[in-house]
Design a protein around this ligand. Sequence first.
Ligand code: ZN
Length: 373
Amino acid sequence: MLQVDDLTQKLLDLDEDSLKAQLGIIAQKIATDPTAPSASLESLDEALSATPRGGIPDRTDVNFGDRLFRSLNIKSYNLMCSELFDDLEIQAQLQTAFKESLAKAAGLLTPVLATQLGLALPIAAIVASLIIKTISSATAETICEIWKQKLVIEPCSLINQIDNDPAQRRALEEVGTRGTFTLQDAPGCSTAVVRLLDKQLIEEMNKIEPNCLISFAELNVDMGEGVHPFLQLPAQKALARAISDRGQKLTINSAYRTIAQQQFLFTRGSDCGYDRVAQPGYSQHESGLAMDIQDPEGWSSFLENYGWYWPAYGNDPWHFEYQGSDKQDIIGTAVLAFQRLWNRHNPNEQIDEDGAFGPVTEEKLNKSPVEGF
Ligand SMILES: [Zn+2]
């Protein structure tokens, strides 16, 4: 019988790039066939034994695994370290195991991540090992403090700054976009360029799953014209209570982000300073569970009373996430909405309506008109 700790020890012996490459390879295999034998820990163990040590991993696999790890790392951190996580016993066990042996800590974390984040076991094992590996060299009081210092956070504040920049908007107006640009070749760095496609996507999502996104525009809020004022219903209700408790206007810089915006940010990458942007499907903003606000210190206690969590990430202190137990995963709905929209307007270029963001969906999204279909 395979011992998880033995497996995590093997994983910890690999360097970070090799681990990320393994993560990328396995995630792609499981995405194409969830029932594949690669979805078991035994097969991961075999794959590790078969791979010669010291080889240079493929760059594409490393990059894919790196992006996947960044988003899963944040989700794992929020799961284990947020004040809303009520299983303090597991947190304490992890803390103790971490001091005893790194393989044991990664072995303990593996089933927790698999169950709580719905990950396949080999993916959970690699992510757990990568987490433990990245934080193993640091020294701080608690595991959560070290972990937080090592997180690589998507630069919401940079995105919001560019999106709300009047010069970016003027440039777009001068260029004009109607009928001219696809998401791939649209000019500039502001996601405002895809605004009309965004509107169609949000409407389509609410057709598939009525009220999966609810507007908060009627609440006592102030926001820029680039903000899509949508959240999941429980998050919106929680926000309404917090605003009413404080009795003040809340200024919001960003809330819902469509997969078109996320893909736009992702493809612009370092040309626009978006070095750490996640691929569609991995940002909390796309789930209708995140917002970036002004005066985070002032609002934190009011929001935290109702299930909103303030991670206060170093370079992104404006970002809040809703973590109530009534939240849903609506990423699949967001992807399905695009697939249905695309098929309706492209009868000769039909794609699968499976709600999964694969290479075909990505290619069609890149080819979509920014002013909508
Ligand atoms: Zn944010």
